[in-house]
Design a protein around this ligand. Structure first.
Ligand code: FES
Length: 113
């Protein structure tokens, strides 16, 4: 089974099994990693934001326009930022490494205020 690594906000690395067909967000949740995903993958928040290791960024399917729009709202945006609910694990991504940002902006919660 493919594996992937999450670098957590405190710098620790979690290498986990990454079943094909699951999103990176789902893989984080399965492993009880502290990655949000307020809209559960429906591109209505940016809380599942991760920063992809540069060597992996070009191997991912390009972001859709909707993803780009949501990413613009993510806190701490980087040039290799992606929404993790949109990255679907496949064999070619075995070894993928992403960094979990230390803060997110939860628009869904903000809107209710
Ligand atoms: S979980 Fe909301 S956009 Fe990914």
């Amino acid at each position: 089974m493919p594996k992937m690594t999450f670098i957590q906000p405190d710098g620790s690395r979690a290498e986990v099994e990454a079943p094909e067909g699951l999103s990176v967000m789902e893989i984080a949740h399965r492993n009880k990693l502290d990655l949000e995903g307020a809209c559960e993958g429906s591109l209505a928040c940016s809380t599942c934001h991760v920063v992809v290791a540069p060597e992996w960024y070009d191997k991912l399917a390009p972001a859709s326009e909707d993803e780009e729009d949501m990413l613009d709202l993510a806190f701490g945006l980087c040039s290799t930022s992606r929404l993790s609910c949109q990255i679907i694990m496949k064999k070619d991504l075995d070894g993928l490494t992403v960094t979990m940002p230390s803060a997110t902006r939860n628009m869904m919660v903000d809107k209710k205020k």
